[in-house]
Design a protein around this ligand. Structure first.
Ligand SMILES: [Zn+2]
Length: 373
């Protein structure tokens, strides 16, 4: 293709992407604010209502989590110009359905790798898109917390901070600090959420320490060091225990179940083996569904379950934890099974074919064709 034409096409394409995303953002926020979905189909078996999540001596709460959305806002791939199976808009629908079906507290957390992929580097450093579209969506959906993934470090420290501006929930990443021991600006190691019954749930955020291999420039320029996630988790849990801050401790970690590059403390198994207090490990990063309802994954040498989502907004992870009262304390009777009475039930919700956000906004039918390339 001649250079000029190609340039024109690129300009047109960039403009079209811009318009499309602005439109999606508007439609999306409009849907969040009011419009009843035309089709509220959710996977039939994805949201099993519970009778009651709270009784005098037991409480069940759930954590919904996503990860590796990689810039996939709606179900459209901007480079291949094709529909995709997932997207944050679909996640919104699934999360809403799961929350509605559950009679108890739901926490919602994203585990990182949100700002890279699907051509969305366009929005990086563009002040008009601060925060980044996927992060703005997390805010609109009502996420309680976010955790950084390795790809959040791809574009430099300022870009990372800008992308997460406007997110009013908790920003968690424990194992990245500067020389003075400060966390990334606006972030902290963990947050204690109080769920029904006054049960205190500490969520610790972690990222694979291999960010210093992939993005040494970002790390050096910001004076940041990535620490062994198992070691840091030990320190954090010691602090939580010393001050008796939580009844339940969970990890939201942007890392796989196993170490990468043979580096200790870069996978969930190492973290779990050194920290038996963890109730469940919500992982990410390898883009693999692990831990569905009838196929639970317990980390080697531990009784701690591991759950992970597929990428590009293709699934939502769900963890349900039941605690029972023993004396003055809330305890989990069993972490790796027997959740008829109490324990950790893990699941990854499969994405549905069609969803309320898509259908309700008529995005596919009307908006996108008008602004396609
Ligand atoms: Zn990753």
């Amino acid at each position: 293709m001649p250079q000029k034409k190609r340039g024109e096409k690129m300009k047109k394409r960039t403009f079209s992407v811009l318009i499309a995303v602005m439109l999606i953002t508007l439609l999306f926020s409009a849907c969040q604010k009011g419009g009843e979905p035309a089709n509220s189909t959710a996977p039939a078996d994805s949201a099993t209502p519970t009778e009651s999540a709270v009784s005098d001596d037991s409480v069940t709460f759930q954590i919904l989590f996503t990860s590796d959305t990689h810039g996939v806002f709606d179900t459209f791939n901007y480079s291949t110009v094709k529909e995709m199976p997932g997207g944050v808009t679909k996640l919104a629908t699934l999360i809403k359905a799961e929350k509605e079906a559950f009679d108890g507290t739901s926490l919602t957390i994203d585990l990182g790798d949100a700002i890279q992929g699907n051509g969305t580097g366009y929005f990086i450093g563009n002040d008009e898109y601060s925060s980044f579209p996927n992060i703005a969506a997390f805010e609109a959906i009502g996420y309680d917390a976010v955790v950084l993934g390795n790809h959040e470090f791809n574009f430099g420290y300022e870009a990372l901070l800008t992308a997460y501006k406007g997110f009013s929930g908790e920003k968690l990443t424990a194992n990245v600090k500067d020389a003075s021991g400060n966390y990334i600006e606006g972030f902290k190691a963990y947050h204690v959420f109080e769920v029904e019954g006054g049960v205190r749930v500490a969520v610790i955020g972690l990222v694979t320490p291999n960010i210093d291999k992939w993005d040494p420039k970002t790390m050096d320029a910001a004076g940041l060091t990535a620490y062994d996630a198992a070691e840091i988790t030990k320190e954090v849990i010691a602090e939580i225990k010393a001050e008796n801050l939580a009844d339940v401790i969970v990890v939201a970690g942007h890392m796989a179940d196993v170490n990468e590059y043979g580096r200790s403390g870069s996978g969930a198994t190492d973290v779990a083996q050194q920290n038996p207090e963890i109730a469940v490990f919500m992982g990410a990063h390898f883009h693999t569904i692990i831990g569905i309802a009838d196929e639970q994954h317990v980390l080697e040498g531990t009784d701690i379950k591991f759950v992970e989502n597929i990428n590009n907004g293709g699934s939502v992870g769900k963890v349900q934890i039941t605690v029972v009262k023993e004396g003055d304390e809330w305890v989990i009777k069993s972490k790796d099974g027997d959740y008829d009475t109490s324990g950790v039930k893990t699941d990854v919700i499969a994405v549905g074919e069609d969803t309320a956000i898509d259908a309700g906004c008529r995005f596919r039918d009307e908006a996108l064709p008008r602004y396609s390339f």
